[in-house]
Write a protein that binds this ligand. Structure first.
Ligand SMILES: [Fe+2]
Ligand SMILES: [Fe+2]
Length: 321
């Protein structure tokens, strides 16, 4: 039996009803791979980039360090599963997903080198992440990795939608290069938010497995990354432990991340948990207008905020399956 036949016999047993399975991808957009060089500078790097809140910003910097490992998992998993797809447009979109994530990972690593110089525990967190991924996530069987990939992409889609709806949050800091990094990343996470899910539904569709991958992504993004974030302010400045102003920051940062009204995750719980719906699809949360707005705002050849850092964009060709 060849590999596709083995896969369909394994995956086929677990199909459940009421699932959003798209069969025709011909009306989907072709996604480009964009190259940037932000030329980050240590002297411009703002460790309180997110609304001048030390702990909330530390969460995002911890995310910057850890997410490159998640993106590498997405790349490896997408590459493996691309061979089993028949639809040429979906295949093209997977190639674009791989390319976008590869560049996110590369540019975040450039940023993480700056964080290292700003006394963030980059080397230690890389060591931890490498072990968690090499001895944990990367050892999962491929169907579970596919589910985890879809789960990770759900969380980045939620984050991207929140950030796009709260544009002003990016403009409290003078750190234009870090702003460019996050805005570019969020734009592309929203742009490719349905690809991993469509691959999962096309090749598997097993509801229980999808929720297992979601749970693994949830634990990583909502517990392990925050744990990394919580330790950063003490690592960088141990005296924070005794400073009243820092503990006030903790209260404010917690509200910025977890507050039910405007918190990054507190206000998006409904969106996060919507993934549990059997017929969920990422495009049920329509972000097309925001996407169009940000493409113009960031990428307009004359006025786009990202254009000073833009190198080129490539659209992978559509190849017959
Ligand atoms: Fe990414
Ligand atoms: Fe992504």
């Amino acid at each position: 039996m060849n590999m596709p036949a083995i896969k369909s016999s394994v995956f086929g047993k677990f199909k459940t009803k009421n699932q959003a399975v798209i069969k025709d991808f011909s009306n989907k957009d072709l996604i480009p791979i964009r190259h940037f060089d932000f030329k980050f500078k240590v002297e411009e790097a703002d460790p309180k980039f997110y609304l001048n809140a030390e702990l909330a910003s530390a969460y995002f910097e911890a995310l910057s360090i850890f997410l490159t490992y998640g993106e590498d998992l997405v790349i490896e998993t997408a590459r493996y599963h691309r061979d089993f797809l028949k639809d040429p447009i979906l295949k093209q979109r997977v190639t674009a997903l791989i390319g976008q994530e590869a560049l996110h990972s590369k540019v975040h690593e450039e940023w993480n080198e700056i964080l290292k110089e700003k006394d963030f525990p980059v080397t230690f967190y890389r060591f931890l992440a490498k072990n968690v991924f090499n001895y944990g996530f990367l050892k999962f069987p491929q169907p579970m990795k596919l589910s985890l990939m879809a789960g990770i992409e759900h969380f980045t889609a939620v984050l991207a939608e929140f950030m796009m709806k709260h544009e002003a949050n990016f403009f409290h800091s003078q750190d234009e290069r870090q702003r460019g990094l996050w805005m570019w990343h969020m734009l592309e996470e929203s742009e490719h938010k349905d690809i991993a899910y469509d691959v999962y539904q096309t090749l598997s569709g097993n509801y229980a497995l999808r929720i297992t991958g979601f749970a693994a992504a949830l634990i990583t993004i909502m517990f392990l990354v925050p744990l990394g974030g919580v330790l950063i302010p003490f690592y960088r400045r141990p005296s924070n432990l005794f400073r009243l102003s820092y503990w006030k920051d903790v209260k404010r940062s917690a509200a910025l991340l977890l507050g039910p009204k405007d918190g990054v995750y507190g206000s998006t719980v409904g969106h996060i948990l919507d993934y549990l719906r059997p017929d969920f699809h990422p495009n049920d949360h329509d972000t097309s207008e925001y996407l169009a707005y940000y493409k113009e705002r960031l990428l307009n050849p004359e006025t786009g905020l990202l254009m000073p850092y833009f190198i080129k964009e490539v659209i992978p060709p559509v190849r017959a399956a």
